[in-house]
Design a protein around this ligand. Structure first.
Ligand code: DC
Length: 650
């Protein structure tokens, strides 16, 4: 069995650009396939479930092609699928299986649909019954009420009323609604029983409207598709980031400090799962939201607290709450989650079993789960994932309990989020921030510490130096903050095996010139330049960890760093070191001039209004005046081994 070991982590912070939403991706694909005209779908999710839909559409005669990155162009069939006989294998993709069943039942062809064994345990009888009542000829090839299915050509009674049960899965209603315009005769769909997961129906109606079919809704009981309704491509559509996937990162921020920001969903999202953020807020997390982003931080000075929540409106993201509950004071009770039992796995049973492995007290019922919090986590637990992407992603959060966690079969995340663990590791990878004045030797020390620990290394000063060099070369004034910020935003710089490249040419030596040294400290005083370089610096935070050196690593760029060191030496000692370096290189300099330059630079770096050079209150002071490089490195490595989660250091 494959597995992934997550190191214990204490803090999570950073920004994650979300992959496209699965729900939106597969709906857009089907609507574009049935519509008249060509649809340009931007930012489609690249994942197994979407591949299943794409493969099925190709087999059914839909012409689509991949453009740049995750952009797709789909030429619609302007009605039912052109291919009238096909065998489709749909893996475990419910968002492909259910809507395709309905659309194919109304396509007057002969089709077989099958999936992985688990797909054959997931009910589809309610949808098949509704379609049969309209005249569709559908047979269950295995167990009654479950896939695989065979669909044969049959005359469809259109224009009337059709009833579908709403308790098991909202996807049945979604499937019917999306398929019914194929009849051209209109219809009214009535929902029997309670409709679960209503926000997913909102998504369906929203997207259908964008493709020109406005469904009239009477509460959540009846939905009328007007006669003559036809799908027409709206041209270009953008897939929002996946709001369910956002839940893991936001929970990490709420549990372990933060801030964690997700980009791609926010206040303007049409996905119900953004309301997961409200649940976190109810637990005490600090949440901020913009139109297209959400940010989560831990409560100020207190712990998360347990909640009781009816989760009908956030069925998928609610799983994340069950794991966040481990970190909260009290017992969290999540109700109205019966649909968990018929998802990729029986999620209530799976969740309860794995939470108990970590040491939690869990109560489960037909449609609820209750999880006690403030856990002493059992270390080294191996979490089973049940071929369920959400189980794997949820339980990554357990490493924030300060224990190593093994995730079995981690590749199940490919269903919706193939690079989930890389992104998650980036948020929780420990950072060692080393700040200090010019020529203090922090660069040498930081690089050696990174090497010893096997961590990534960020020389943030080099970025400011590169901006200065690029400006000097382009003839841009070092006083023109706006022009400098533009350079910083698009800085064509790369770090490759100890070499620093600007515009593809080696600038390693050039950025160390006295002109660049003085220039960089001027450039660095502009807030817009600093802002333009912020995300670039944070992107260096990657597993297994990062050593970052500069002036504001601990104060601004990585305020949640696991270890902060303020590394300094007297100005005389620093001038002396620099003097010896230059003499060794055969350059003639005066030590007095060097000392004066250093003092000027110190003054400018310390006195500037934004991110001045300073020792943060929580940084440890390392005065290297009387130390060798080896001693300084040993000092930091020792601190790191004491202070970092144990497996982060070898
Ligand atoms: O560390 P260094 O000497 O290479 O840095 C060059 C200049 O960049 C320095 O004068 C101050 C500035 N700098 C900064 O303002 N913030 C950082 N994090 C790193 C460097």
């Amino acid at each position: 069995m494959e597995y992934l070991d997550l190191a214990p982590a204490a803090h999570a912070a950073g920004t994650v650009r979300l992959p496209g939403s699965k729900s939106l991706s597969n709906r857009f694909l089907l609507l574009a396939a049935l519509a008249e005209g060509v649809t340009d779908i931007r930012d489609l999710l690249a994942s197994d479930d979407v591949e299943r839909m794409l493969g099925a559409l190709k087999a059914l005669g839909i012409d689509w092609r991949r453009g740049e990155g995750n952009d797709f162009v789909v030429r619609g069939a302007a009605g039912a699928f052109p291919v009238k006989q096909a065998e489709l294998f749909l893996g475990n993709a419910g968002t492909a299986f259910r809507p395709l069943t309905a659309a194919l039942a109304l396509s007057n062809g002969h089709y077989r649909l099958s999936g992985v064994p688990r797909m054959h345990e997931r009910p589809i009888g309610d949808l098949v019954d509704a379609l049969r009542r309209m005249g569709a000829d559908i047979r269950h090839l295995g167990n009654e009420g479950f896939p695989p299915l065979e669909i044969r050509p049959a005359p469809i009674r259109a224009g009337g009323r059709v009833t579908v049960r709403g308790e098991a899965s909202s996807q049945f209603l979604t499937a019917l609604l999306m398929a019914l315009p194929l009849t051209g005769a209109g219809a009214t769909v009535e929902v029997a029983g309670e409709l679960i997961s209503k926000p997913y129906i909102d998504i369906t109606l929203n997207l259908m409207a964008r493709f020109g079919v406005a469904v009239e809704r009477d509460g959540w009981r009846a939905f009328r598709i007007p006669a003559g309704a036809r799908y027409r491509s709206p041209g270009t559509v953008f897939v929002e980031g996946d709001a369910s996937a956002a839940s893991y990162f936001l929970a990490a921020g709420a549990i372990a400090g933060g801030p964690v920001r997700v980009e791609g969903v926010g206040r303007d999202s049409i996905q119900g799962d953004v309301r997961f953020a409200e649940a976190l807020a109810a637990m005490g997390a600090r949440i901020d939201m913009g139109p297209n982003w959400i940010e989560a931080r831990a409560p100020a000075g207190e712990r998360l607290r347990a909640i009781e929540l009816d989760c009908n409106h956030i069925p998928d993201a609610a799983m994340t709450l069950a794991v966040a509950a481990l970190f909260a004071e009290g017992t969290t009770r999540l109700t109205n989650i019966a649909s968990w039992r018929v998802k990729e796995t029986d999620r209530i049973a799976a969740m309860a079993a794995e939470l108990r492995k970590l040491g939690a007290t869990v109560e489960e019922g037909a449609d609820f789960i209750a999880v006690s919090g403030r856990l002493t986590f059992r270390p080294g637990v191996a979490i089973d994932t049940y071929d369920d992407h959400r189980m794997a992603m949820c339980f990554s959060l357990a490493c924030l309990g300060g224990v190593p966690v093994r995730i079995n079969d981690p590749q199940c995340v490919n269903k919706t989020f193939p690079d989930y663990f890389e992104r998650f590791s980036g948020l929780v990878a420990p950072v060692i921030a080393i700040d200090g004045p010019s020529a203090s030797g922090k660069g040498t020390v930081a690089a050696l510490v990174a090497e010893r620990l096997g961590f990534h290394y960020l020389d943030s000063g080099a970025l400011y130096r590169l901006v200065a060099l690029a400006a000097i070369r382009a003839g841009v004034s070092l006083e023109d903050g706006a022009a400098l910020a533009r350079i910083a935003e698009t800085l064509p710089a790369r770090f490759e095996g100890g070499r620093i490249l600007l515009d593809g040419t080696d600038a390693t030596e050039a950025i160390r010139s006295e002109a660049c040294s003085a220039g960089s400290s001027k450039v660095a005083a502009f807030p817009a330049v600093r802002a333009a370089l912020l995300d670039r610096q944070r992107a260096y935070r990657q597993a297994p960890g990062l050593v970052a050196e500069g002036r504001d690593m601990g104060s601004v760029v990585f305020p949640g760093a696991a270890l902060k060191v303020f590394l300094t030496a007297t100005a005389e000692a620093r001038a002396d070191r620099r003097y010896k370096q230059l003499i060794d290189k055969g350059m003639s300099v005066s030590i007095d001039t060097l000392l004066q330059d250093l003092r000027e630079r110190d003054a400018r770096d310390s006195a500037r209004a934004v991110a001045p050079l300073q020792k943060c209150a929580d940084a440890e002071l390392l005065d290297t005046t009387a130390m060798t490089v080896a001693e300084a490195v040993a000092w930091v490595v020792e601190r790191a081994r004491q202070g970092l989660p144990q497996t982060a250091a070898p």
